[in-house]
Design a protein around this ligand. Structure first.
Ligand SMILES: Nc1ncnc2c1ncn2[C@@H]1O[C@H](COP(=O)(O)OP(=O)(O)O)[C@@H](O)[C@H]1O
Ligand SMILES: [Mg+2]
Length: 313
């Protein structure tokens, strides 16, 4: 069995009456990209801050590279790199200066030139940090986490607010970390990011882990097959009840989200046929019918009954 670099059990962290972490359990294997996915306020940052010794936990066990951050923080800091959300990036320093500063914290840091080329900022090394674009600042923040040359890198929503191209660029930086044998612990509120980037993940919601596994496993566990999505306009409740009862009922799970009805089925052809048959019988028009594969968004909707809002922060 692969060695775990992180083992968390029954971790609790409360802020007054807010149960930011309400007894979470998970393990992270060596050499993977592990994702913690959850909406805003789920407890992702609290998890990272508790694991990296910024907060004391209220209850539970934390083992990071075999060490407890509350007892062995100094030793642990040499072995890990941490990028926190919205890091203050010292606007009055130049890129190369801030990298040198961070490198000086560690015994065996990466070479500055190596980091610059990995994060694609070679030609920005003499720029002021405050002059960088949003995407460049994010990449620099990841660079500051990797310069430790630690075997475990924590990244807290590294791509939040970036445009699609800048996100892709950062995904490549993160994939390179894995290719070099590092373990990456990453938080994100982007479903697609978790699905594409992570080998293994947990979904966190209101301080609790509501699902865990590889993206494929999560999707397969919940959805054997496909989703039929159709516009809700003009479908009244009694017609929806009929869909539930009559459209190949034993194969179907039925969910609603704003403006749409979702039918999950592992026998999509039969479901589709009986859906159109039903519409015909009751002289209903079906609008905007789309057939697609299930995604992590479907998993979230199905588990929580709530729509996952992918708000940019
Ligand atoms: N220092 C703090 N004091 C009080 N409440 C906090 C503090 N940090 C986080 N919280 C609360 O804990 C919950 C989880 O927050 P956070 O870990 O930042 O979520 P996420 O990173 O997933 O958006 C939220 O309800 C948040 O308001
Ligand atoms: Mg956060």
């Amino acid at each position: 069995m692969a060695e775990n670099v992180i083992d968390i059990s029954n971790l609790k962290k409360y802020f007054a009456e807010v149960k930011a972490l309400d007894g979470i359990n998970f393990s992270v294997k060596k050499g993977i990209i592990f994702g913690m996915l959850g909406p805003n306020g789920a407890g992702k940052t609290t998890t990272i801050e508790t694991m990296t010794g910024l907060y004391q936990r209220d209850e539970g066990e934390i083992s990071i590279l075999g060490l407890d951050p509350e007892r062995s923080l100094k030793m642990l800091q040499k072995k890990m790199g941490v990028q926190l959300q919205s890091p203050s990036l010292f606007p009055r320093l130049k890129v190369v200066e801030i990298l040198n500063l961070f490198a000086s914290f560690y015994q065996n840091p990466l070479k500055i030139s190596n980091v610059l080329s990995q994060i694609g900022l070679q030609n920005k090394k003499d720029s002021w940090v405050k002059k960088l674009s949003g995407g460049q600042k994010h990449r620099l923040a990841v660079g500051l986490a990797m310069i430790s040359n630690g075997e475990l890198i924590f990244l807290d929503e590294p791509t939040t607010g970036l445009d699609p191209q800048a996100r892709q660029d950062l995904w490549n930086v993160i994939r390179n970390l894995k290719a070099e044998g590092k373990t990456v612990f990453l938080t994100t509120h982007y479903m697609d990011e978790a699905q594409k980037l992570c080998d293994d993940l947990v979904i966190l919601d209101k301080g609790k882990i509501i699902a865990n596994g590889s993206p494929e496993k999560l999707i397969n566990d919940y959805f054997k097959d496909r989703v039929i999505e159709l516009e809700d306009m003009g479908l009244n409740n009694s017609f929806k009840e009929r869909i539930k009862k009559e459209v190949f009922y034993n194969r179907l799970s039925f969910e609603e989200k704003k403006g749409h009805v979702l039918l999950y089925s592992d026998q999509i052809d039969k479901t589709l046929k009986s859906l159109f048959q039903l519409a015909d019988n009751y002289e209903r028009e079906l609008n905007d019918v789309v057939i697609r594969k299930a995604t992590l968004e479907d998993v979230f909707l199905k588990i929580t009954g709530r729509e996952y809002r992918d708000e940019a922060v």
